[in-house]
Ligand binder design. Structure first.
Ligand code: FAD
Length: 249
């Protein structure tokens, strides 16, 4: 899914790898250019936020949205997690897309095709109502572009009940695996099927709220949501399947 906040970045715009973000295991799969990292972030609705709470590891899924060179997270102002984040503690956000199951001739070489990002840093709370409103707009527009203008905006009370934090995209890495199985030469002659089972997140036809008045049409943000659309990034076989799905509807 694309985000309207996407800031096209030149390919050479690299985030300098730090000691902890340099990919050591399969380093050829590591990427540090903002274009790759931002594309992966922009296609994700959520990530997993990791931190140490009371000396123990803690990982929680949260909606994410990139705005320029920052990642926005939000939650209830009373949430334990968001209050911890607002202290400026060290955190890591992991974002993952699984693109396919790699079915290899050997179980050892079985794998996944994926695109993932790890972001490290500290969050900064957004405190003024204006900053919070702008950030919430960016989050809503990231998840469902166009929705901000369709739904009722947050009231002052709702804005006070919502906390928003910003994480700078200054220390981050991407790791990407694509392509067919990589079986060892010795296994290539085995009579065992090998290949990829592509996987995608796709929207199904929208389901109206049972309490919705009949005359209200499905809004543009929903009909035009980017989920499951054939894109240049999809393999031809998937585009074919998506077209078939579209014809059935
Ligand atoms: C969906 C999915 C499932 C996976 N399943 C497994 C599994 O079952 N077993 C397994 O061993 N590995 C799995 N991996 C790969 C795993 O994410 C690590 O890359 C791998 O285990 C090497 O870890 P490491 O700490 O030794 O890497 P290192 O190369 O030592 O990590 C150093 C730094 O590289 C960066 N980095 C490493 N991995 C990633 C990543 N995936 N995305 C972004 N940045 C990264 C981080 O900044 C990290 O701090 C999976 C990956 C994905 C996306």
């Amino acid at each position: 899914m694309g985000s309207p906040q996407h800031r096209p970045s030149p390919v050479h715009d690299q985030i300098v790898p730090s000691k902890r973000t340099r990919v050591r295991r399969k380093p050829d799969r590591g990427h540090y250019d903002r274009e790759t990292i931002y594309r992966i972030l922009d296609q994700a609705v959520f990530g997993h936020v990791g931190l140490v709470a009371d000396g123990l590891p803690d990982v929680t899924p949260m909606v994410i949205a990139r705005r320029g060179d920052e990642l926005l997270l939000h939650g209830s102002a009373h949430s334990r997690l968001i209050r911890l984040l607002a202290t400026g503690c060290d955190l890591c956000v992991a974002v993952t897309h699984v693109d396919g199951l790699i079915v290899s001739r050997s179980l050892f070489d079985s794998s996944l095709n994926y695109r993932s990002v790890a972001v490290f840093g500290q969050a900064r709370p957004l405190t003024t109502p204006g900053d919070k409103l702008d950030a919430l707009r960016a989050i809503v527009e990231h998840v469902l572009p166009g929705r901000w203008g369709e739904a009722r905006p947050p009231s002052d009370r709702e804005l006070r009940a919502t906390a928003v934090v910003s994480v700078p995209l200054a220390e981050a890495s991407a790791k990407v695996r694509s392509g067919p199985p990589q079986d060892s030469k010795a296994d290539l002659g085995l009579g065992v099927w090998a290949g990829e089972l592509p996987l995608r997140v796709m929207a199904l036809p929208p389901v109206a709220d049972p309490l919705l008045a009949d005359e209200i049409p499905v809004p543009v943000s929903v009909t035009r949501s980017g989920f499951g659309r054939p894109t240049q990034g999809n393999p031809p076989a998937l585009n074919h399947l998506l077209r078939q799905g579209g014809q059935r509807q």
